[in-house]
Design a protein around this ligand. Structure first.
Ligand code: FE
Ligand code: FE
Ligand code: ZN
Length: 275
């Protein structure tokens, strides 16, 4: 069974239960949430999120918790060596997200590797691996490093950089491949076989758990990170459909993060298009 869904909101009054309902309404078989606003660290206590009811509904609909992905807030930057206080703050925020994910019963947390700012690339990659090493314990949760577009001083743009972070952490890490980001980073989705072969050589396809399925507003190698609706960008529907149905990616979790159209969610229709 294809496991595909989207980022869904989590808001009052039903919180996680509302997220599950929204996903089911979209005929999704996977979902991704932020446990609060992605841009800040203000968080509603976990007891208010209707976690048990949400989990019951999700499981009784025939889906599993491996298909429920949590996305860490964007403000977390473990690569910030310019400001040790900010890096420490990031670690505290991430620590709390890890406990919240565990309380929800999620098994996978997607994390942006961060921005190196003025630091040297090698030091920044090492810093992220070491921070994760400190943070992760014997928990059930697996952090998936997301491949980035290369906007500003972002790290984790090439597969080699992702590998470097993984090598600096003793705890097993996995990966989230974002189609818009890899396009903008310079990988050609016109040659998915070639890209996956390269991914396999550098990282290992067994480490790939999540795929963010987004079209891109920019050409290959633009380093921009602006998501387009499916079929409305430079990648196009055919290549994205080939990605979702690629035999080497069977069983992975596919998540849409495309923009709303005139204030309305595009996900039900875009999931249908990709199926
Ligand atoms: Fe992301
Ligand atoms: Fe993404
Ligand atoms: Zn993005």
């Amino acid at each position: 069974m294809l496991r595909i869904g989207s980022h869904v909101s989590m808001s009052a009054p039903d919180y996680l239960l509302g997220s599950v309902r929204e996903s089911l309404e979209n005929n999704a078989s996977a979902m991704m949430i932020y446990t609060g606003a992605p841009q800040n660290s203000v968080r509603i206590p976990i007891e208010k999120l209707k976690v048990e009811e949400a989990r019951q509904l999700w499981l009784s609909s025939g889906f599993d918790m491996e298909a429920v992905i949590i996305h860490a807030p964007y403000i977390v930057n473990l690569a910030n060596l310019d400001n040790p206080d900010t890096r420490k703050g990031s670690m505290e925020i991430l620590q709390r997200e890890i406990s919240r994910s565990a309380a929800i019963g999620a098994r996978y947390l997607v994390l942006h590797p961060g921005a190196r700012l003025k630091a040297d690339e090698q030091q920044a990659l090492k810093a992220v691996g070491q921070a994760l090493d400190e943070l992760l314990g014997a928990d059930q949760l697996t952090v998936c490093l997301e491949t980035m577009a290369g906007k500003g001083s972002e790290i984790g743009v090439s597969f080699e950089q992702i590998r470097e972070i993984m090598d600096n952490c003793h705890h097993p890490l996995e990966v989230c491949l974002d189609s818009c980001h890899v396009n903008d980073a310079g990988y050609d989705l016109g040659d998915i076989d070639g890209m996956l072969k390269h991914f396999d050589e550098i990282i290992g396809l067994d480490k790939l758990h999540v795929i963010h399925v987004n079209d891109s507003k920019n050409p290959i190698g633009a380093h921009k990170d602006r998501h387009a609706n499916i079929g409305q960008g430079t990648i196009g529907l055919e290549k994205l459909r080939a990605l979702v149905h690629h035999p080497l990616l069977e069983g992975r979790i596919f998540i849409l993060e495309t923009p709303y159209i005139d204030g309305r969610s595009p996900y039900k229709q875009e999931i249908e298009m990709l199926r």
